[in-house]
Design a protein around this ligand. Structure first.
Ligand SMILES: NC(=O)c1ccc[n+]([C@@H]2O[C@H](COP(=O)([O-])OP(=O)(O)OC[C@H]3O[C@@H](n4cnc5c(N)ncnc54)[C@H](OP(=O)(O)O)[C@@H]3O)[C@@H](O)[C@H]2O)c1
Length: 258
């Protein structure tokens, strides 16, 4: 346990020492709340955001709460900012223990898949798929310096074959979200592929779930709050003991089927 002036004792959630975390897309929503929850647990957080104004505002808010959170500019679709963010994390912290690939977009439409412009679908892949690969590859040298690196890809039940073959469980209209669901399915596959590549290292790679949270992403249709989602992600990525490898962690404990 750590304690800091003006705040109750921190709990590291079973971790023996504060960890260094980077969260993409952390200026708002679940990413912001994950930064808040990890910071409140005593960890150091690099708060990734593509927009300097929004990123700085988020940093100011969380630092005012006494948390060790610093903004780093990071647009996952812009290789120059990805490389610069890796240098910044290295300069500030020298290593990375936890990478949360949280940034994502939906494409902003419920139109039938067969009517969607290819460019729109491509833009969702740029962020949700290629952006994640770019960030993982850029951060791997820093994660390799950790005694127990953890890569958490924020997955979605909507991207599981389990849901897509049984859409009535959540809702058929959600099953038609081609860009979002198929990019999350790709993200799940990417999780398994990196987990296999890194299996002989101390780095573990899993998908994590925030639950269904009211955020801009779903026009605030979620049943839970972004704060709950952030606390769940923070809980999953700091779970004590050996982290599993290549699973989709459920916010309720246990795992989801792919
Ligand atoms: N909400 C849910 O119920 C739910 C359920 C399952 C999984 N998830 C996942 O949870 C994660 C967070 O979603 P959310 O609900 O919190 O959505 P959100 O409020 O829309 O937040 C998305 C974040 O991603 C950022 N972002 C978008 N494109 C980016 C880019 N190119 N580079 C860097 N950042 C970028 C956004 O930044 P700007 O502010 O600059 O746009 C924003 O900070 C996503 O991976 C989502 O798929 C959400």
């Amino acid at each position: 346990m750590l304690s800091r002036p003006g705040r109750p004792a921190y709990s590291l959630n079973g971790m023996s020492e504060p960890r260094i975390a980077l969260i993409t897309g952390a200026n708002q929503g679940i990413g912001f709340e994950t930064a808040r929850a990890l910071g409140a647990a005593g960890h150091t957080v690099h708060l990734g955001a593509r927009d300097p104004e929004r990123g700085t505002k988020a940093e100011v808010t969380l630092r005012a709460e006494g948390l060790d959170v610093r903004y780093v500019r990071l647009d996952v679709t812009d290789p120059a900012t990805v490389a610069a963010a890796a240098r910044t994390v290295e300069d500030r912290s020298g290593r990375l223990d936890i990478l949360v690939n949280n940034a994502a977009i939906t494409g902003g439409t419920m139109d039938p898949p067969s009517t969607l412009p290819l460019d729109l679908i491509r833009s969702v892949y740029e962020t949700n798929v290629f952006g994640v690969i770019a960030v993982i590859n850029a951060m791997l040298p820093l994660l390799r310096r950790s005694d127990a690196g953890r890569i958490a890809n924020v997955g979605s039940g909507l991207g599981t074959m389990d849901f897509l073959t049984h859409p009535e469980r959540i809702g058929r209209r959600y099953a038609a979200l081609l860009p979002y669901n198929s990019t999350k399915a790709a993200l799940h596959a990417i999780t398994l592929i990196y987990a296999a590549e890194l299996a002989d290292t101390p780095i573990r790679v899993n998908a994590v779930s925030p639950g269904f949270c009211a955020t801009d992403l779903n026009d605030h249709a979620g049943t839970d709050t972004a704060a709950q989602g952030g606390e769940r992600i923070a809980d999953q990525v700091t779970r004590s003991g050996a982290w599993p490898n290549g699973v989709f962690l459920s916010e309720q404990g246990g795992t989801y089927p792919w």
